[in-house]
Structure formats: structure tokens, C-alpha cells
Unconditional design. Structure first.
Length: 203
């Protein structure tokens, strides 16, 4: 039996599905909300927004040293992510150690300089998404969990190529499951579970 996890990121948190596979097919699933920032420290959730002079949706005076704000916020974000990933893995300690993880990639291209990032709200959001994914990558690397990255749009093609299954069949297999820890089982969680299944198959 093997365990794999799939991760879909947001600002300040990530949706995670862990799958226990038996003979390469998912038998059990658990879902989690992985916190990647601390609401009491807004720069740990939105370091680029903080550096650009946003407090929530409100514009305030930008800080005099935005690079320092970003650097400090990213450090907090990565520490917070590592702490909460450790807690999540602790909730899986009755399963085999995760052998593989899947991470959904972003689609936006980040500007090449911080100045250009902070001058565009769209770019700020691209940078925030990249930062959360990087914090997840680092936390998994530090735990020696190999990572496979995938575009969500490629899931049907990957199912056919890696699992030799029709995508509808794979979806039906997952729909028949329910998280045994009482977690949510919406489409995003099922996509994470499918990515985890694919990650295990890609070993």
C-alpha cells in the first residue's frame, strides 16, 4: 500500500487530499486545509500585497523598503507552511509515509523585477500564487517527499496516459469514496486526490 498527496494552493492556505492506494487504486482518502500563513500576520499570507501598500482591500501608504517586507513575509510563510505540513503528516501517521506528492501549477508568468510586480495588481496575484506554491515545494523537499507538478487542465490526458483509464471511470472511482476523517469532498478535493493518484503512478 502507498500514500500520495495532492495539493491545490490559494492565498494563505492549500487544499490537500491524501490517498491510500492498494494495488495502485485508491482505497481510502482524507482531506485537509493546510494553512500557509497566519491571519495575525497579514504579510505571511500576502507578502506582495503588503509590500505594495495593501491592507486587505484597502490601499495604504507603501512601506519604504518593499523588498524587506516581501523577504520577511516569505520567511514567515515558509515557516508556517512547514509547521502545518508537519501537523498534517502527523494526522496520517497510521498510513504509510507519503511516497509522492502532486502540486497544481500556476498559469501566470511573473514579472522579472519586484518593481514591475508591485506596479500591477494582476502581477501581485501571480507572485502571491507562486510564493505559496514555492513554500509548499520547500516544505515537501525538506520532508524528502518527491514532487510531481501538473496543470489541472491536463488531468484527463494524464489519466489516460498514466492510469490507462477513461477519465470518467477514474472520476467515478473517486466519487465512490468519502474522506474517512470527515473532510470536504468537493470537486477541488477530488481533483487533488486524482493528482495524488497520478503522482503515485508516475513513480
Amino acid at each position: 500500500m502507498d500514500t500520495a498527496i495532492g495539493v491545490s494552493t490559494h492565498m494563505g492556505w492549500a487544499c490537500v487530499a491524501a490517498v491510500l492506494l492498494d494495488a495502485g487504486r485508491p482505497g481510502r482518502v482524507r482531506t485537509f486545509r493546510l494553512e500557509t500563513g497566519d491571519p495575525r500576520q497579514p504579510d505571511s499570507i500576502e507578502p506582495y500585497h503588503a509590500a505594495a501598500g495593501y491592507r486587505g482591500a484597502t490601499r495604504v501608504r507603501p512601506p519604504p523598503d518593499p523588498e524587506r517586507v516581501v523577504r520577511a513575509g516569505l520567511g514567515k510563510q515558509r515557516r508556517h507552511t512547514a509547521l502545518h505540513l508537519a501537523r498534517l503528516l502527523g494526522e496520517l501517521n497510521d498510513w504509510p509515509r507519503p511516497a509522492r506528492a502532486a502540486l497544481f501549477v500556476g498559469r501566470g508568468r511573473e514579472a522579472t523585477t519586484l518593481e514591475r510586480v508591485l506596479s500591477s495588481h494582476a502581477q501581485i496575484h501571480v507572485a502571491e500564487g507562486n510564493a505559496v506554491r514555492e513554500s509548499i515545494r520547500q516544505a515537501l523537499t525538506d520532508r524528502d517527499i518527491p514532487l510531481w507538478e501538473v496543470d489541472r487542465r491536463d488531468l484527463p490526458r494524464e489519466v489516460e496516459a498514466r492510469l490507462a483509464l477513461d477519465p470518467d471511470t477514474a472520476d467515478a472511482d473517486l466519487r465512490a469514496l468519502r474522506p474517512d476523517n470527515g473532510g470536504s469532498w468537493r470537486q477541488e478535493e477530488r481533483h487533488c486526490a486524482l493528482a495524488a493518484w497520478l503522482a503515485a503512478a508516475s513513480r
